[in-house]
Design a protein around this ligand. Sequence first.
Ligand SMILES: [Zn+2]
Length: 70
Amino acid sequence: MRKAPAMSDCCCHTGADVPTYRCEKYGIEMCDACLRCKDPELYCKFRSACMVQFLEKERSDEQRQKSEEG
Ligand SMILES: [Zn+2]
């Protein structure tokens, strides 16, 4: 097994060298483009402090506001 790199390394883009957010539940890093909870329906004890969930929600709120503003 390769040791986890110190630099950010997206779970879907190996070697992408981009800022990533950590999913504590699965112990994986996700870049901005891949930012999505793997199991949004499932209970997650990290959710209240999860950046993945937070940014995903923030993004959908933004989209909703935009469409409401029309
Ligand atoms: Zn990615």
